[in-house]
Structures are given as C-alpha cells and as structure tokens.
Design a protein around this ligand. Structure first.
Ligand SMILES: CC(C)(COP(=O)(O)OP(=O)(O)OC[C@H]1O[C@@H](n2cnc3c(N)ncnc32)[C@H](O)[C@@H]1OP(=O)(O)O)[C@@H](O)C(=O)NCCC(=O)NCCS
Length: 158
C-alpha cells in the first residue's frame, strides 16, 4: 500500500466498515509507523482489497483486512492473511492476534480456517452491545504459496 492508494482504500473502508471506518489520517499514520506493514490487491490497477499488520515479535496483530464486496468469496481475504502470516514469521513472530466483531461470522470463519481460536471477549468494544472477539493463532514457519495467483497482484510499499 502506498499513499497514492489511499483515496480508493479509504472509499472501500467507509463502504465496508460503515459503523467504525478508520479516518483517512489513521491510514497515513499507520503507513508511516515502523512496526506496521500494509498490502493491497489490485485488479486492472484498481485496489480491490487491503490488509495490514503490526508486528512486534514475538506477536503480530492483524490491524485490518478488507475485500471489496463484489470480490468477496474469491480467496482474496485468504491471500492477504497468508501474506500477513508470512511477513510476521519472517519478522520473527510466533503468534498472531486480532480483534473481530462478534457479529461478523464471515470474518470469523476465515480466521478459524487459518487456525485462529477465540480466547477472550471484550464487551462493548465497538460500542454499546457490539463486542469484540479476541482471536489468537500460533504461527508455524511454512512454505510460501500463491501470493500472486489468479492474475492478481499484491503490492507493498516501504
Ligand atoms: C472477511 C473478508 C475479509 C473475507 O474475505 P474474502 O475474500 O471473501 O475471503 P475468502 O474468499 O478468502 O474466503 C475465506 C473464508 O471466509 C468465509 N466466507 C467467504 N465468503 C463468505 C460468505 N459469502 N458467507 C460466509 N462465509 C464466507 C469462508 O469461511 C471462506 O472460506 P471457504 O470459502 O474456503 O469456506 C471479507 O468478507 C470482507 O472484507 N468483509 C468486510 C470487511 C470485514 O469484515 N473485514 C474483517 C474485519 S475483522
């Protein structure tokens, strides 16, 4: 992800997280922060998905992951999560943590498939009545796989 991606990234952010979208300045700060890394997936030069992590070994945190609605269910979320895990392992992390809304079963299904387990609930984390599940996954050094499969490209800018 680079600063030039942020118009499109922030437009997706407001669509995909209508109740708790990050302000654009948050992305500026995240991109500038040395412990953060962000990626986008593009199709025909347009950003269709993005994700980022914080990594302070031995722990990585999934900061965000999002796929444009018309591209859901095609493996892009999985591809991004795989890239985050690989980068975290490369940086020396042995575990990954994340927060997910309790009312977001689709994201939870993705995380469970990657080995995340629910370890804690933060009540009202996203506002009254909207809890966060804290999920954790042990990272195993593993072979790399289809980072750029299916004609898509995943870009990082550092
Ligand atoms: C959650 C999200 C990132 C998943 O991305 P995706 O590209 O659709 O995910 P994938 O295609 O890689 O699918 C991964 C798994 O998610 C689940 N999933 C995907 N589409 C689904 C659907 N329509 N209904 C239910 N589960 C679904 C499935 O478990 C799927 O695995 P499987 O198809 O192999 O069984 C995407 O739906 C999204 O951006 N949602 C809005 C933003 C959001 O909630 N982000 C997460 C914040 S914590």
């Amino acid at each position: 992800m680079q600063p030039g991606d942020l118009d499109r990234v922030h437009a997706l952010e407001t669509e995909l997280f209508p109740e708790d979208a990050w302000p654009r300045t948050m992305f500026d700060e995240e991109l500038a922060h040395p412990t953060r890394r962000y990626w986008v997936i593009t199709r025909d030069r347009e950003v269709v998905a993005y994700a980022g992590m914080m990594c302070i070994p031995p722990v990585g945190d999934v900061q965000t992951i999002a796929v444009a609605a018309e591209h859901e269910g095609n493996g892009l979320g999985s591809a991004l999560l795989r890239v985050l895990h690989e980068a975290a392992v490369d940086a020396g992390a042995t575990e990954m943590m994340l927060e997910v809304r309790a009312d977001n079963p689709r994201a939870q299904a993705l995380y469970r498939r990657f080995g995340y387990r629910h370890i804690h609930t933060r009540a009202h984390y996203y506002g009254p009545g909207h809890d966060a599940l804290i999920m954790r996954c042990e990272l195993l050094p593993a072979g790399r796989d289809e980072r750029s499969a299916d004609g898509r490209t995943i870009h990082e800018h550092r």
